[in-house]
Design a protein around this ligand. Structure first.
Ligand code: GLC
Length: 715
């Protein structure tokens, strides 16, 4: 349809039809069986039968036949035959499940995110899905928060690059394309700063911190053309995001020029009452609409109050028309008026999903997301003739997809299956699966007596971690250690004199310091999706050389949280050994256990010849550094560029990642990598605007935030 036709359609709609477009209900309200469990608390919604044919969008219905049938019914019953938008939580794959987003960020490769999301789009579109509630762009610094699993990590630049690539992967160049879906970035904004890492808790951060760190990923998504934005459950400046004009009108629309559709998170308009902002649903509806939120997800305060608010003159009809116009424009961008079924194709659905090509991409990408944290005594890669044992709750587990995976796993995803495919038939012991805390379980049983089965093994792979249901939404924890019987198993294996290779399955950094003495090697496996076992086995056997780098710091202990690399220096920084009257703990170092950007390789990368020269034109500085692969093993290195602005009108972080580039180096190959720093890249938010201030800078380049070469320069 043309823009004029959209405007004409808007003018023909009744107020009830307009309010229907602004309401999103789950499929069971629309006569279809729920495809998956609800993703939020079910409240009394007070929906009248005459409302249902007018609803504009639905969420988390799956299957081409089902969606075609729902669409046919809806178009037939709607007075103006306006099609539904089918939205869904396709977070890291639809049926071919990729690594969780935090693991994807550890690849430090936006191209992989783009590729994975293009696969997710193909598999979603063929089922008739039009929009995904992804990427989650919440910057995080607190692994007690279960949703770090869904996040691009603790750094603004990495978050921006991964989030932009995520949007591009889903959307491609044309939303009308049958194999593309629209992206809804979330949760705007600042949700990752929930106090105490407790989900849905208060967020109270300064405007400067919000803008300097937390907005980066959302801005990148908006700039990449994301079609929608979702509100977050938290407050900003003590005003819930779902009613926050600063977020949704001033920043998102006025400053960023975002013209997409804003949708609430699940029942977030209703939650304005619990927050203590709205006295009742009527006031909640007014607050949300005035803040510029177009669609209300799974609550009905718009449905039950907007008509009377208009009739009483408390809200202007223009606010409703503005919202409905954005929704109709989105339906038009998706081509739904011409083809309401878009890419839905029951005949080819199973052929497109889980194809060999998709599964190979999932394995290749999963390899790049694992992070080798420790490797001593030549534990890895496994020696060809080693007698291998395999123990722990994730040894045979298929529960390695990670949260928000609305797809079945199978034994092929397990580490055991991956090892067998590598020609390793391990001796098994103590492989009882962990059950989730969500359902009241807190440990595996103590079966360390079983470990005697491994007496003849040279090396034991210990597959440990947390249950995937204990990460993601509504999965906050105050204890991040492995469960006691998992720790006991590792200790027992070390006492048996085994070489111990721990493979840690988790959606967040766990507190693994207590078990490090028992482990010769540690691989952070996150939840790598359907090809998890194959990818991990290829790394353990040496077929693949690990190249992942941490997108989030690992704390020494949960008491140290928040611990992140781009912190401020304070007026009493700790230099050298801890002592009184400086900023430190009596019982724990200030440094994390493993820092941002850290990760080991089977290769050995050496840095030299850092050069920092004044540039020309837009280039303020030209930086180069030489990296050598001083080993016999080809490998991939992520060369990271950091800066520090030593004195500025607001205090600056001790380090800021300003660029990163990956190089594949043959054995003993040397490569000089070059970077450019511009005025824009050295600018910062000074509490009023983004500014560049001349002065002294420290330029750093190296293997991680803690392993860099440094040089000062004055601009
Ligand atoms: C949930 C989540 C959000 C998700 C939405 C729809 O509560 O917060 O990330 O996209 O509801 O399922």
């Amino acid at each position: 349809m043309t823009e004029q036709q959209i405007l004409d359609l808007l003018s023909e709609l009744s107020l009830e039809e307009k309010i229907g477009e602004m309401t999103q209900l789950s499929p069971d309200f629309l006569g279809a069986a729920q495809s998956v469990d609800l993703t939020g608390p079910m409240k009394e919604l007070n929906v009248r039968p005459e409302d249902l044919p007018l609803v504009g969008t639905t969420l988390n219905a799956f299957g081409a036949e089902k969606l075609i049938a729902m669409q046919k019914k809806h178009i037939a019953e709607h007075p103006h035959h306006i099609p539904l938008i089918f939205m869904a939580d396709v977070i890291h794959g639809r049926r071919t499940i990729f690594p969780v987003p935090l693991a994807m960020a550890c690849s430090f490769d936006p191209a992989l995110q783009r590729e994975a999301n293009a696969v997710a789009a193909r598999e979603s579109a063929v089922e008739g899905i039009h929009v995904t509630f992804s990427p989650m762009a919440d910057l995080v610094r607190d692994p007690r928060w279960g949703r770090v699993m869904e996040s691009p990590g603790e750094d603004p630049l990495l978050a921006a690059r991964m989030t932009a690539a995520a949007v591009e992967g889903y959307q491609g160049e044309d939303l009308k394309a049958p194999d593309r879906i629209a992206s809804c970035f979330k949760h705007f904004g600042g949700y990752g700063a929930s106090e105490g890492g407790r989900d849905y808790n208060t967020v109270d951060i300064s405007d400067g911190t919000l803008r300097e760190f937390y907005l980066s990923g959302y801005k990148a998504a908006a700039d990449a053309g994301a079609a929608m934005a979702m509100t977050s459950f938290n407050t900003i400046d003590r005003i819930p995001a779902t009613a926050n004009k600063k977020l949704f009108r001033r920043i998102l629309r006025d400053e960023w020029g975002f013209e997409g559709v804003a949708i609430t998170d699940f029942d977030a308009t209703g939650e304005l009452i619990a927050h203590g902002l709205a006295a009742d649903g009527r006031e909640a509806a007014r607050y949300s609409l005035e803040a510029g939120v177009d669609i209300e997800m799974m609550s009905t305060h718009y449905l039950n109050n907007l008509k009377s608010l208009v009739e009483s003159g408390e809200i202007d009809m223009a606010l409703i028309d503005e919202a409905v116009l954005r929704i109709l424009r989105l339906k038009n961008r998706l081509g739904l008026f011409e083809n309401p079924f878009k890419g839905a194709d029951p005949e080819h659905e199973d052929e497109v999903c889980l194809s060999e090509g998709h599964l190979e991409a999932a394995r290749r990408i999963a390899v790049r997301c694992a992070v080798l944290l420790k490797n001593e005594n030549h534990a890895l890669p496994l020696k060809k003739d080693a007698k291998v044992g395999l123990a722990g709750p994730f040894a045979e587990s298929a529960g390695v997809l990670g949260g928000w995976a609305f797809a079945p796993s199978n034994s092929s995803a397990s580490l055991l299956n991956g090892l067998k495919a590598c020609g390793i038939e391990p001796v098994l012991a103590m492989t009882e699966e962990l059950k989730p805390m969500q359902r009241g379980f807190f440990d595996v049983s103590d079966q360390t007596a079983e470990l005697s089965k491994l007496a003849d093994c040279d090396v034991v792979i210990a597959a440990v971690g947390e249950h995937s249901e204990d990460t993601g939404e509504s999965a906050s924890k105050t204890i991040l250690r492995l469960t006691p019987n998992q720790e006991k198993m590792l200790q027992k294996l070390k006492e048996m004199g085994k070489t111990v290779v721990a493979v840690v399955f988790s959606g967040r950094p766990l507190e693994i310091k207590p078990v490090l003495p028992y482990c010769d090697a540690v691989v952070q496996a996150w939840f790598l999706g359907l090809q998890s076992g194959a990818a991990l086995a290829d790394i353990l056997c040496g077929k693949e050389n690990p190249s992942g780098r941490l997108a989030i710091s690992f704390p020494q202990t949960v008491g140290q949280i928040p611990v992140y690399y781009n912190h401020m220096n304070t007026g009493r920084p700790l230099v050298g050994k801890p002592h009184r009257f400086v900023s430190c703990y009596l019982d724990c170092p200030n440094e994390p256990l493993y820092p941002f950007g850290y990760g080991l390789s089977y290769s050995d990368f050496h840095y030299s010849a850092l050069s920092v020269r004044k540039g020309s034109g837009d280039a303020l500085l030209d930086v180069s550094v030489t990296v050598e692969n001083a080993s016999d093993i080809p490998g991939r290195e992520t060369v990271q560029l950091y800066i520090r602005d030593l004195a500025a009108s607001v205090v600056r972080p001790v380090q800021e990642l300003k660029d990163f580039v990956q190089v594949d180096l043959a054995p003993h190959e040397k490569r000089t990598v070059s970077f450019t720093l511009t005025k824009e890249s050295l600018s910062f938010w000074n509490n009023e605007a983004s500014v560049f201030e001349p002065g002294e800078f420290e330029i750093m380049a190296g293997h991680s935030s803690a392993e860099v070469m440094r040089q000062k320069v004055t601009l």
